[in-house]
Design a protein around this ligand. Structure first.
Ligand SMILES: *Cc1c(COP(=O)(O)O)cnc(C)c1O
Length: 370
């Protein structure tokens, strides 16, 4: 029997194969490969999907964050408050601009940055706050938006895992702060056939600046008012994403159903594992359980043909490249605990009952034996 894959991209491709191939052909026939009509159309469609009036297609989720922070003028001497528990890019972009990442611990239930700790970490030097909607769950932004408004600080949302996520009030993730940064990496909720990303914003001036930043800061063709980069999105990515976008709400609903099924079926091992709580608007980009036996369980599941992932084994404040910042083990106990005991199970819209049953049975076997 073949493994239960961690992300089953093949099923989605098979279902949309003809349409995707036609979309790629359209780009080949037009011979227009960078930005252009396909990207402009995807931008309008993402704007409509999120309700943000402006969307700027860029080369990756990382570049979306980088450009968004550049648009706020983040640079040397600035501090940027962010979570200690995320994908590396969240903090990497801050450091690349010469600014100082100021990490805060997470709320253990949501895995998202603790809003009180974030507010307490704001200083005179804070230029931006970068909350992450980790695993597709909206971070608690209200306290952060309040202090940001008071102090004139920009909130740049890392919504790389959260296109289609909503908060408890039904507001779309990525539209709450100054800018929201989306990733179209193949394994995200809406995945392209390579790298891609987008910045969304409700602010026209920021949108204009971002459009300029993504083409080396040009204002005309060869005149540069600011220094930007090559952050352009490819037309082929946009064409593929445009085929997939109309399915995204349905896929999120399917993810939520799969997650609910895990919750029901994993009741029997409930004394050994903590399951992710269902909250309104959770896009269930990842289904992350917690158990002190994480490493042994992961090895057991691999042998049983069930692929899993650890997001993330080393919290950001303990990464070797940030040693100069002076953080140490014990500084952020909640992030460190999550790094030690969290395990992401296979979860995607096309996950079959049979494959999901195999995951559940293998987890049951593990705890029966231990
Ligand atoms: C994927 C991801 C990114 C980076 O996106 P890329 O498109 O891979 O560059 C940033 N932040 C988070 C939280 C992510 O999950």
């Amino acid at each position: 029997m073949s493994d239960v894959p961690f992300v089953g991209l093949k099923a989605q491709y098979t279902a949309l194969r003809e349409e995707i191939r036609a979309a790629i052909d359209r780009v080949c026939d037009a011979q227009a490969f960078v930005l252009g009509e396909e990207v402009a159309s995807l931008e309008s469609e993402i704007a409509a999907f999120t309700g943000a009036p402006y969307a700027i297609g860029v080369s990756s989720g990382t570049d979306a964050l980088l450009a968004a922070l550049m648009a706020e003028g983040v640079g040397p001497g600035d501090e940027v408050v962010t979570t200690a528990y995320s994908f590396f890019a969240t903090a990497g972009v801050i450091a690349r601009l010469g600014a100082k990442p100021v990490f805060v611990d997470i709320d253990p239930e949501s895995f998202n940055l603790d809003p009180k700790a974030a507010v307490a970490s704001v200083t005179e030097r804070t230029r931006a706050i970068v909350p992450v909607h980790l695993f597709g769950r909206c971070a608690d932004l209200d306290p952060i938006l309040d202090i940001a408004r008071e102090r004139g600080i920009a909130v740049v949302e890392d919504a790389a895992q959260a296109l289609g996520t909503r908060d408890a009030a039904g507001r779309e993730a990525g539209t709450l702060g100054a800018t929201g940064c989306i990733s179209f990496f193949p394994t995200k909720n809406l995945g392209g056939f390579g790298d891609g990303g987008m910045v969304i914003t409700c602010d026209e001036a920021r949108a204009e600046k971002l459009r300029s930043l993504r083409v080396h800061g040009t204002v005309g063709v060869y005149d540069h008012a600011i220094v930007g980069g090559n952050f352009r999105l490819d037309a082929i990515q946009a064409a593929v994403l445009r085929v997939k976008l109309p399915h995204l709400r349905g896929w999120i609903a399917a993810r939520r159903e799969r997650a609910e099924r895990y919750r029901e079926q994993l009741q029997s091992v409930g004394s050994h594992v903590t399951l992710p709580r269902d909250v309104a608007g959770h896009a269930m980009s990842q289904f992350v359980i917690r158990t002190p036996a994480r490493d042994a369980l992961r090895a057991f599941l691999a042998k049983a043909g069930v692929q899993t992932q650890v997001y993330y084994p080393i919290p950001l404040h303990l990464q070797a490249c940030f040693r100069d910042l002076g953080y140490g083990a014990g500084d952020y106990p909640m992030a460190e605990a999550a790094a030690a005991d969290s395990l992401a199970l296979p979860l995607y819209p096309e996950l079959s009952d049979g494959d999901q049953d195999r995951v559940v049975a293998a987890i049951g076997d593990f705890f029966d034996r231990s």
